[in-house]
Design a protein around this ligand. Structure first.
Ligand SMILES: CC(C)(COP(=O)(O)OP(=O)(O)OC[C@H]1O[C@@H](n2cnc3c(N)ncnc32)[C@H](O)[C@@H]1OP(=O)(O)O)[C@@H](O)C(=O)NCCC(=O)NCCS
Length: 539
């Protein structure tokens, strides 16, 4: 373990490597200077909690005196419906239906009323316990096992789920069944309270990522939503962590998703790991197109050929998806409407293809929205660009999601290609050993490095591992008991970035998210080196 980590311990609660930060009662928060009269949310609560812990030099809560918990003298007909009520300052109704008047409140010293003992007891560590549990209890949800994940039964829950999704994602509820049909009902999970209320949902997207030239099994996650009345109390966090347990048990080494809020998914061990661009081509300005290959409409029965061609090309694109039927349906039947498919045909069959939807633009011009553009040969690439250029009279531009460095875009000279980073997607390594074994590694490289992983969700992932890479294959095996020597220490989120090639070990070390001797960091850099993964599609 290196000095940087030890030095950093406890400084920042956001960096898991530095561990233990953020728990109430840590002296850290107390030491910090705050101007008198400034009371901040959590820190102030922590300060208050810590301030009441028994300490030898001052009285503890038990020493404050029984008078704090004695039932105060109340006017006849007063609350008397629970000891906590007056201490919490709850405005419970009187038995005779009247409500508290300020003058009827228990005659406790004013200072004591503002900082009642029971509120202090409610301050506990963040996460699944503590305040979340407290809020869950207040919402009538059992704090011990607040929810369960259940399969979807369309007949029983269809209407309810459609309304939840429609409200969460802003679409008409009647569109939901079409979405479920694409994936299949068995991929939906429902978040239910113990008494059967629907609190949330998510969709599994079983697929793979091509990494290092091989497909690694991955369970994509889409359609994460929590009903409004359950938001803000950890329901989504609970649902994600539980779903990840299911996915790991089902044998997926990875999970990935597009986040609408990064914080939520980080709490389940995901980290940013790849890019998604929006690239615009102004059709009149496209040079580099040609008619070397015959470009013609695709026939429905040619989809198996198209899928094969995609796989042949995608396997060499770091990060691209090994698509399932749900993902393919988004290519040829996107939400904008049915896509037009065209093939570029060479002497031996289809060498490239594209799918697009016409979208009305301003005035009489319109835009081509491409859902896929793939070419296995230079001739097919130039010919498909020729098709796009040929639409320049009626269409202003074409929009697609290839990264600017994609080979097919290199056919276009000049400054016609405009790309902007639209989204970043996140990766969760569920099973590091399986993930390492499944991806491809640079064949000319061989080497070995020890890793120490931290993973609060899967203890079976945590601890010391030895990574060995040779002949294009990798193996991650448990280090021998009591193994010592140089090791790269990082948490499972940083490991996701390293594994995918999104961040180098040196970069992670430079920002305090990995720690190890210089030569260990350098060795990991070489083994995991790769382009940052990209995806030309959403899911
Ligand atoms: C996003 C959503 C699922 C969160 O559900 P939730 O049960 O309220 O989430 P949690 O209480 O578990 O929150 C977990 C973390 O996410 C963050 N978060 C939750 N909702 C957020 C929001 N709307 N904006 C920014 N951050 C948010 C919180 O900061 C929280 O972290 P913290 O406790 O450290 O502050 C819910 O608001 C929702 O259904 N939104 C509409 C649909 C949607 O955006 N789905 C996500 C698609 S990827």
């Amino acid at each position: 373990m290196g000095g940087a980590l030890r030095r950093g311990r406890g400084r920042s609660p956001d960096l898991p490597l530095r561990g233990g930060g953020g728990l109430p009662g840590r002296p850290r928060g107390l030491r910090r200077h705050r101007p008198p009269g400034r009371r901040g949310g959590r820190s102030a609560l922590r300060r208050r909690a810590a301030a009441t812990l028994p300490r030898p030099d001052r009285p503890g809560p038990g020493d404050v005196g029984e008078g704090r918990l004695r039932r105060p003298e109340l006017p006849a007909g007063g609350p008397g419906q629970g000891r906590a009520a007056p201490l919490l300052g709850l405005r419970r109704p009187y038995r005779d239906g009247r409500r508290h008047r300020r003058s009827h409140r228990p005659a406790l010293p004013r200072r004591r009323r503002r900082r009642p003992r029971l509120r202090i007891l409610a301050v506990r560590p963040r996460g699944h316990g503590g305040r979340r549990r407290h809020l869950a209890r207040r919402a009538g949800v059992s704090p011990g096992r607040p929810f369960r994940l259940a399969p979807f039964d369309r007949a029983e829950r269809g209407q309810e789920l459609a309304e939840l999704l429609g409200l969460a994602f802003n679409f008409p509820p009647e569109d939901a069944p079409e979405w479920w049909d694409r994936g299949g009902d068995d991929r939906l999970r429902l978040l239910l309270t113990p008494d059967g209320r629907l609190a949330g949902t998510l969709l599994w997207v079983p697929m793979g990522h091509f990494l290092g030239g091989r497909a690694v099994g991955c369970c994509g996650v889409a359609g994460v939503a929590v009903a409004h009345e359950f938001r803000g109390r950890g329901a989504a966090t609970w649902m994600m962590r539980e779903a990840l347990r299911e996915m790991r048990a089902a044998g997926f080494p990875l999970s990935s998703l597009y986040p609408s809020t990064i914080r939520l998914y980080r709490k389940a061990g995901y980290e940013l790991a790849g890019h998604y661009y929006t690239t615009t081509l102004r059709l009149r300005e496209i040079e580099g197109g040609s008619h070397e290959r015959r470009v013609r409409p695709l026939r429905g029965d040619e989809m198996p050929l198209v899928r094969d061609l995609y796989r042949r090309v995608a396997v060499g694109r770091h990060g691209w998806l090994d698509r399932d039927r749900y993902l393919w349906s988004r290519v040829h039947r996107p939400r904008l409407g049915p896509a037009h498919g065209f093939a570029a045909e060479g002497p031996d069959g289809i060498e490239g293809y594209l799918f697009f939807v016409n979208q009305k633009g301003e005035g009489w011009k319109s835009r081509m929205v491409l859902t896929d553009l793939v070419a296995a040969t230079p001739e097919a690439g130039r010919s498909l660009l020729g098709l796009l250029a040929g639409n320049g009279t009626m269409h202003e531009d074409a929009v697609l999601h290839l990264p600017p460095e994609d080979p097919i875009l290199q056919h276009i000279p000049g400054r016609t290609v405009r790309s902007r980073l639209e989204e970043r997607w996140m990766l969760r390594v569920l099973d590091p050993a399986a993930a390492v074994a499944a991806r491809g590694w640079p064949a000319p490289l061989s080497g070995r490095v020890d890793l120490e992983l931290l993973d609060d969700l899967f203890p079976e992932n945590a601890g010391r591992w030895t990574l060995e890479v040779a002949a294009g294959r990798g193996e991650l095996r448990r280090a021998a008991a009591g193994a010592a020597g140089p090791v790269l220490r990082l948490d499972v989120r940083s490991f996701a970035q390293l594994y995918a090639g999104y961040q180098s070990a040196a970069a992670l070390a430079a920002i305090g998210r990995a720690d190890g001797p210089e030569e260990t960091v350098a060795a990991a850099d070489w083994l995991f080196r790769g382009p940052a993964p990209t995806l030309p599609e959403m899911f």
